[in-house]
Structure formats: C-alpha cells, structure tokens
Design a binder for this molecule. Structure first.
Ligand SMILES: [Zn+2]
Length: 354
C-alpha cells in the first residue's frame, strides 16, 4: 500500500476568519498567522479589525494569558515594504539633540541627577522640585541607573538618537537595528550600530551592563526570544529597560482602534502591565519597577495636518494630559525596569508580590 503523504497544514477557518475570497491568496504571500508568543496558545478573540492592502487583519487577545497581538501579520520578508524608508526612526533628527529648555526636560534631568547616578548633569539644568516628587517620578523616567564604565546596548535603536544622549552621559554605547539605512545614519555620527536580529548577532554572553528597548519590543516577531537573548547578553546584575505603548491606557480606550500607537501592521504586540511583567519574569529577570512614561507623541501626532491654532492647542493639551494619565496609573507607555540576578539560582523578584 502506498502511504498517504501528509498534506501541508492549510489555514484554518479561524485563521482566515471571514476574510473575503479575494484576499485569501495575499494572506499566505504577505501575511502569516501566528500563535501567542507569551504562552503559545492559538485560542484568541478579536479586539479590532483593520483592512491592510485589501486583507482583513485583526488585533486579537489571547484567551489564555490576555496578550494582545496582531494576527495575521506581515511576514518578515515583507517588512521593508510596510515600514518604507520614511519610517521616522530610520533618520536622524538633530533637533532632538538640542539642549533641554522646557520644564519637563529639566524635571527629567533632575531625576537623573538625584536618583539615577548621573552626577555629570549640570545642576543649572535641573529644577528645584521637592525630593519626594522627583523620587516618585523615578519609575516613569525611562533611563537606566548610571554605571561608570558600563556598556549599554539599545535594541531597535533606529539611527541612534538615544545612544547619542547616553554617550554624552558617560556610557559606552552600541546599537542594533534591522534597517541598514538607519544604521548608516547612526554611523555617520560615530555610533556603532550592528544590523540584524538580536539573537543572530554573535555578541559574547554577559557583555552589557544595560540593555534598552525603546518602543522596539512591540515590533519584534518574538518578544520572548528577544528578552531571553537580552538575559544571556547582560552581565549578572545588568539592567533591562523596556518601554512599550500601554494597551490599557486611557488614551487607547478613548481613541480605540484609531489610537496613534496602534500602528497597524508594524506593531505586532500591544502590551498591558501584567503581560509585560510576565514576559520579563519568564526570561529570568527580577522586575524592579513598572511605571508609566509621560513622554512621547501618541496623541501629539493628532496635531499634524490641523490648522495652526488647532495644532498648537492639541500639542499644548497632549503634554499635561499625558502626565496626568501617568500619575493616575493609566499612562500611554509602560516603563519596565528589571535586572538579571547576580545569582541566577535565586528566584526572580516580582514587584507585584511586594
Ligand atoms: Zn497567550
């Protein structure tokens, strides 16, 4: 008897949902269906639907662990088309290197100097805020504690704007980025940027004192793989810092599927506090804080394209609104600060238990 050859798995009805017939061939060519990266389950419920290039794609919530993710999503080989060369972080914005002038900038520098070890900061750039105020903001400021002689790797660094600042603050810096054009833009400013996925570049283990993911983890095909790679590359006691949009933020609840940081289809994951905590802890880290950032352009972008008076009004409201949301525990971005244990045999610390 001739054995029956196993047929390649075809997409299930659940994977194709109610997509129109005409879009189905593109699902296999441009998009791939995936399971939850956090727990591996493929059971999910739809949260929002979008149409991208004539294909129905959804943001789903895992029924097992509540991770919110894009499904189906662009295949890795197609990502260049979806980002395009004009993606904002692929070019260098020199205006961001200007000296801080606003109150928020100075408040941030005050936190860095008082609480995170950046003695190099000129006291004249700080503000005279009460100590308890700046101490409370420590978890919201997305900067690792300074380590003299430390080596910092920024993952998904774009053209290296953040690294320019860290270098001026005393770190030895390096970046890693998928875009060759972005890496070249950074190289022109003297920043070393490697091109490729984090788990493919052969860095030595225990190499870095700090690793940062600024709005990059949500872009990666597997955040858990990236966090495990970060764990290997960090020295014992090394710091992990992750900043991602907060899917449970008030802004997302107000703007729904049109929120500025949904960024379909290049944001693959939409983190909430418990899901980000689980991802960090599962990789072996001790989680020290999980705060809310109040910087970023999530709704400030609404001002683009408006008439000048309306644009100014939106930008003026966006800053204080973002700060208020952060103070109320519903901020637009999550800031996780974690460390690789000095002794990996000790159980990981979970701040939610303290
Ligand atoms: Zn899950």
């Amino acid at each position: 008897m001739i054995p029956t050859r196993a047929q390649p798995a075809s997409p299930t009805a659940e994977q194709l949902w109610a997509a129109p017939m005409t879009s189905r061939p593109q699902i296999t060519k441009q998009f791939e269906s995936v399971s939850c990266d956090i727990c591996g389950s493929s059971a999910n419920e739809k949260v929002y639907d979008y149409e991208v290039r004539g294909v129905l794609i959804s943001i789903c919530r895992c029924l097992l662990c509540s991770c919110v993710y894009l499904n189906p999503r662009p295949r890795q080989s197609m990502l260049g088309e979806f980002y395009g060369n004009a993606y904002y972080s692929f070019s260098f914005d020199d205006s961001k290197l200007a000296p801080p002038v606003g109150f928020k900038d100075r408040l941030r520098l005050t936190v860095l100097r008082r609480h995170l070890g950046y003695d190099v900061i000129d006291p004249s750039l700080t503000v005279n805020a009460p100590w308890f105020v700046t101490a409370a903001l420590r978890t919201s400021v997305a900067v690792p504690t300074f380590k003299s002689g430390g080596y910092l790797l920024d993952v998904g660094c774009g053209a290296g704007e953040k690294l320019m600042e860290f270098r001026s603050l005393g770190w030895k810096v390096r970046g890693i980025e998928l875009s060759l054009a972005a890496a070249q833009a950074g190289a022109q400013r003297g920043i070393d940027i490697d091109v490729g996925p984090l788990d493919r570049v052969p860095y030595p283990e225990n190499q870095f004192s700090a690793m940062t993911f600024y709005h990059s983890l949500e872009h990666l095909p597997s955040p858990t793989t990236a966090l495990r790679a970060a764990y290997r590359l960090l020295e014992p006691g090394g710091q992990l810092l992750v900043v991602v949009p907060n899917f449970n933020s008030l802004e997302r609840k107000i703007f729904g599927k049109n929120w500025g940081w949904m960024q379909v289809p290049i944001h693959f994951y939409h983190f909430t506090r418990p899901v980000l905590a689980r991802a960090v802890l599962s990789a072996g880290f001790s989680l020290h804080s999980l705060g809310y950032s109040f910087s970023g352009q999530s709704i400030g972008g609404l001002a683009e394209g408006l008439l000048r008076p309306a644009s100014i009004a939106v930008r003026r409201v966006a800053g204080p609104f973002g700060m208020l949301c952060a103070l109320l525990g519903t901020g637009k971005a999550l800031v996780a600060k974690a460390r690789k244990p000095v002794d990996p045999r000790l159980p990981s610390r979970d701040i939610r238990e303290s």
